[in-house]
Design a binder for this molecule. Structure first.
Ligand SMILES: Cc1cc2nc3c(=O)[nH]c(=O)nc-3n(C[C@H](O)[C@H](O)[C@H](O)COP(=O)(O)OP(=O)(O)OC[C@H]3O[C@@H](n4cnc5c(N)ncnc54)[C@H](O)[C@@H]3O)c2cc1C
Length: 600
């Protein structure tokens, strides 16, 4: 059985050489994120992931969360204790405001830490992840009184948070939200309605759960402009901070799912007994705006779920491929005995594909995390704005692309195992099942792709997109002029992908308003093209750094040579798909929507 080992050398390489953790550490407020602190935190997180979370991942999947007739929910053996240790060790408040007990560390560092939680136990980390989002929304949009009442316990993890958007008739389309919030004249509201699919909506970790709920006030306008955001605690909180009466919110059931079995996905009924007491966050009718703050963070984190679970699937596949003996590898000597399957070229191809996708998606996500830190902490408004524009463009790519390729990686993880991949005991199948949700929640890939063509590309006439493409072209040119032939090969292919991307941007900007159905039909192709090209960009940058370090004789030569091989594999075997995605986008949209609906 393989045990999760955090890829610390790789993480440090990406943090230092690609994402620029040193420049993040120089931003005001991040003075404590020195290289020593970063290294110590990564090492401690790695131990926690390996020793506490990984060992209960498989048992948690088998046992699953359990709902009981009284509306309570129990999590699988070991999860509650792991959560207590998680909070005691301060992991819950890593990036949170020190005013509320957090550690105020950079998102970039937290991203590497979060990857380890996702790799070792995705179901476990969903609770802290949703709590982080709820904290963020409250901190940015809540009143001083709400913050004082709820944030310290949420940052400490004593209370957890949830995100209540979805209703039976309102999934991707939140304009259809019907839950009601009736003002009581004393500043509070009574909330009524049903929410479905609420992650960790009920559990046995903590004494209280703080729900953030979207609902409509009686005079609210139709559509998304009439949605408000409310805090609805499971137990009311007295003025002295102690717990008061049970609020009118009940867990009526939990879902039976394909994966993430240890994570309870709750159906919550609000207001069956007179209405759940709720407190308005910010102003009425601005709820969706506030929720998007939470959702952007959550979307980024779900992208990281894709990276994390893909990494774990890869580690397990490599361990199995080293162990399983089957046949003689092509090209070995006549009298040689049968060897481990890792010697077969096709197994190597699968492992290379997994590795290249993981390294590319990790680098893209960490670079985006660094930009999030710059966007929040740069003193110069122009720099803030520039970084924020990059982040806005990248969020649907990190979410959409990393989770889509996690499907391919975990699929290959099963395939490397042969028949044993289909058998639950090896664990490969769990990653394949657990990964499946990541392209669905926090907005499906289709919704991310719509965001990418509309708000993120067409809205500013393609300006941000073109400026990123220009930077990619610059790196491609540097690679193409390199003395090393391998780097020149990467540069040639990256330049070709970048040319495809530029054509695609121009097409999307033109077609978005004039041929909206074709443009939307091609949106996924556009997202995949972006993912591949930014992935190739970051791996191209890795190859440049690795070549420089090898030339200067610094660092671990084997690690650095592996970086170049991986970047080459990505450029030569995966990046050529960029051309096909461009073609599908520009030429294929018409065929995609040509079939009359009744002919399906
Ligand atoms: C395990 C799990 C946990 C979840 N956790 C939470 C949670 O904590 N809180 C919460 O509020 N919700 C949660 N959800 C809900 C989740 O966010 C929704 O399932 C998701 O947003 C999709 O909505 P839907 O299921 O209604 O699908 P639908 O919106 O019905 O979508 C069905 C299909 O239609 C497509 N589609 C819909 N609209 C468009 C469009 N405009 N353009 C193109 N394609 C479109 C979708 O891409 C999809 O393929 C969770 C769901 C699951 C399964």
């Amino acid at each position: 059985m393989s045990t999760y080992q955090a890829p610390l050398a790789e993480m440090q390489f990406v943090l230092n050489e690609l994402a620029g953790i040193d420049s993040v550490g120089r931003l005001p407020g991040f003075e404590e994120a020195t290289p020593d602190v970063v290294a110590a935190i990564l090492e401690e997180a790695a131990k926690f992931a390996t020793n506490v979370l990984d060992p209960i991942n498989r048992s948690g999947d088998k046992e699953g969360a359990q709902w009981h007739e009284d509306g309570s929910v129990t999590t699988p053996a070991g999860f509650r204790d792991a959560y207590r240790q998680f909070c005691d060790n301060g992991w819950n408040g890593l990036t949170k405001n020190p005013d509320y007990g957090g550690q105020g560390l950079p998102r970039l560092l937290a991203t590497a830490v979060e990857e380890m939680w996702h790799s070792s136990n995705l179901a476990f980390d969903l609770c802290p992840l949703l709590t982080q989002g709820a904290i963020e929304a409250l901190e940015l949009c809540g009143s001083a009184a709400l913050k004082a009442r709820f944030l310290p316990n949420m940052v400490a993890g004593t209370w957890t948070g949830t995100m209540n958007l979805t209703e039976p008739q309102a999934g991707s389309d939140l304009a259809a939200v019907r839950s009601r919030a009736v003002p009581q004249g004393d500043g509070t509201y009574r909330v009524f309605g049903q929410k479905i699919f609420i992650t960790f909506g009920e559990h046995d970790y903590t004494e209280n759960i703080i729900h953030l709920v979207l609902a409509r006030t009686p005079d609210a306008p139709e559509g998304v402009k009439g949605i408000s955001l409310f805090v609805v605690p499971k137990f009311l909180v007295n003025d002295d901070g102690s717990l008061g009466a049970r609020n009118d919110v009940r867990c009526v059931s939990i879902e039976h799912k394909l994966g993430i079995h240890a994570s309870p996905t709750a159906i919550l009924a609000y207001g069956d007994n007179g209405g759940a007491v709720g407190y308005l966050v910010g102003n009425e009718n601005h709820g969706l705006e506030y929720m998007f703050i939470m959702m952007n963070l959550a979307r980024f984190s779900v992208g990281m779920e894709g990276v994390g679970i893909a990494e774990r699937s890869y580690q397990r596949a490599v361990a199995y491929a080293r162990d399983r003996v089957q046949g003689k590898a092509v090209g070995t000597g006549k009298g040689d005995p049968a060897g481990p399957i890792i010697g077969h070229p096709d197994i190597q191809r699968m492992l290379m594909t997994m590795r290249a996708y993981i390294e590319a998606s990790r680098a893209v996500a960490y670079v985006t995390a660094a930009a999030i830190d710059h966007a929040h902490h740069e003193p110069d408004p122009a720099a803030k704005k520039r970084h924020q524009a990059f982040v806005d463009l990248m969020i649907p790519i990190v979410k959409g692309w990393s989770t889509e390729i996690a499907q391919e990686v975990t699929y290959l993880g099963v395939q490397v195992h042969g028949g044993m991949g289909f058998i639950e005991e090896t664990g490969a199948a769990q990653y394949y099942r657990d990964a499946r949700i990541t392209t669905i929640y926090e907005g499906t890939t289709g919704i991310q792709a719509n965001d990418l063509i509309g708000r993120k590309t067409a809205r500013d006439g393609g300006n941000t997109a073109r400026s990123v493409a220009a930077e990619i072209a610059r790196v491609a040119a540097e690679l193409a002029a390199h003395p090393d032939a391998h780097l020149r090969s990467i540069g040639k292919r990256l330049a070709a992908a970048c040319a495809d991307l530029n054509q695609a941007i121009d097409w999307v900007v033109g077609a978005f308003g004039t041929k909206p159905r074709e443009a939307h039909a091609g949106a996924i192709a556009y997202l995949r093209l972006w993912g591949l090209t930014v992935g190739g960009w970051q791996l191209g940058r890795s190859a440049l750094v690795a070549a420089r370090h090898l030339h200067e004789g610094v660092g671990d030569a084997r690690f650095l040579r592996a970086k170049i091989v991986t970047a080459r594999y990505f450029a030569e075997c995966l990046l050529p798909q960029a051309n096909a995605w461009r073609e599908a986008l520009i030429e294929g949209g018409e065929a995609a929507v040509a079939m009359p609906v009744e002919s399906f």
